[in-house]
Design a binder for this molecule. Sequence first.
Ligand SMILES: C[S@@+](CC[C@H](N)C(=O)[O-])C[C@H]1O[C@@H](n2cnc3c(N)ncnc32)[C@H](O)[C@@H]1O
Length: 630
Amino acid sequence: MKSDNERRQNDSLNESMAFNPYVKPAKSSRSGPIFTVHPYPTKINYRAIVPFILAHTKPGDVVYDSFAGTCNTGFAAAACFKPDRSLLADLGPTDYSKVMWGARNAVCVDLGVLPTFIGRTLLKEIDIDAFIQEFNKTMSSVEGNWGWMYETVDDGGNPGILRYSFLSDFIVCSRCGSETKFIDLFVDLDRGVFLDSAVCESCGAPISAKDATRAHEVIYDDLVGEDRSVTKRRLFRVFGKTHRRNWTRDPIDQDREVLRRIDGVLLSGMSSAIPILTGVPRWGEMYRSGYHSGITHLHHFYTRRNFLALSALYEATSLMSPEFRDHFLLLVSSYNASHSSLMTRFVFKKNSSVPVVTSGQPGALYVSGCPVEKNVFLGVRKKLRELSAAVAEIKTWRPRVFVFTRAAQNSGLEAGSVDYIFTDPPFAGNIQYSELNFLSEAWLGSYTDNRYETIVSRYQGKDLTAYEKLLSDAFRENCRILKPGRYMTVVFHTRSDEIWRIVQRSIINSGFEIVDSSILDKRQASFKQTLTVGAVKKDPIIVARKPTGLVDSSPPEKPSSIEFFLRRRLSILERDDVIERSSDYLFSRYIGACLASGLEVNVSADEFKRRLERIAELREGVWHLRDSEK
Ligand SMILES: C[S@@+](CC[C@H](N)C(=O)[O-])C[C@H]1O[C@@H](n2cnc3c(N)ncnc32)[C@H](O)[C@@H]1O
């Protein structure tokens, strides 16, 4: 597939590796206990990273990740400890005999308090059986005091446990001022669809779901110590279980009685009022005036019941033995972030009218007009099995991974001390990490210092120029600490040609030369990748080298135009290669070819698709050159 020129250019890369992991797309699945035990956004499954580390390093070498998130590069370095062919199976035929199994050391740097807490805790040695005992004791004690909040009765009046309940906001008609439940206006429960628009039941005025005005009511907020205007929201469906039988029913007086009792518990006895970010009403980049109105403090992101339940769990950690505390906090944090707040929602699967309860949208702070309140105690108990499995897997590798909560721009490592870098930097403004982390970090009591956070954020005063400077400084630091002649693999994705040029300049201006490219296939695209303008489903992988001082005689061939690239690529690919012939893959390959040959990226994913359509056509779902172009 490569020209002679490209082959020559990559000779030194090939010679330096045990095998070539860049030939085929790497696959990052969204399964396995280490992946699923917490919901941190944009994770890469450590199993996808192992082949790169095996190819570029030998046992005992030092692997580094400057934007390490939850330390999956660290887990991958540790997992090289013992042979596991399934880790390489996705890559196809490989010369296994050259692979040197044996643990590598890893240094993982991330400025996020939450991700480094997750990584560090998972890596900590723990007697898991003793932890399970302590966990059960703590849960029983908390449930003994607070379990009544989720006690209820079934449709026949028998005692049961609340599993979750559906709530609905109220919407005000801007024409007549009448109030209607969001669920009645915008959810068709018979067909299983959310509607974009509806008409007011009183005056017939059209109302759009996106711009609908929430109704408010004034309540006394005992934590803030003042009357507050909050979104008017009521229970509309209850789901519970009695023994092993799951049931559902409409709300009854008993539910309202429990809620009144909860209203009577003073929050101030359990927690304090924590203002969101800087505490101003429009608190950050992710603030939305509609569904966030009235949310100024941490507790406003929860129902009163779930806030009390979480407060009780966090408070209980102070009574635990210190060796178990972080693992317990990790469990509660993981459930908190995705399932305990008002961001939990229900969705409908295709062709089904059964509502399916799901986590908050990853990478967002979206509050649906119909939030779901889940039973926190049941949820945290369920997470225990995943944590035990993750800890058991990590324990078998005897990891040597060092985790630092600090900025990539200043790693604190010696010059020339690292053998290989694998890293996955933030992609411009796609995810506001420190802002998202706030909801978990507020409970952990320590916050991300975002001064060097390498993102685009109006709220933080960081535009593309600031982003480029931060990214360049981070790569320059990587180049400083890497040994000459060694490699850095960068995973990145964006649909924007402008951001691609920034990535390219940042890598090159920091002293690296880009030598090759490949693709990371995240299999099921993450939510943000499917929805955000500025994200693609396949992440290009860029391979860069710290020069030894010798100049390369044969730079790789430049794709002289998009059409030139497409004609060549589509004529050499197997006819039925459905993966490589998809437009996402072709775009990622084009980006890789530009980066590796020093050509400036000058096309967005959308423009690329338009140019592809001009010279190629879709046949049975895959792109082929039109006959006139062959
Ligand atoms: C795409 S995520 C990496 C996720 C990681 N691959 C994982 O599997 O968890 C990018 C990470 O960069 C971190 N970050 C942003 N700016 C940083 C900086 N200046 N220094 C170090 N980390 C930074 C964010 O906190 C975030 O965790």
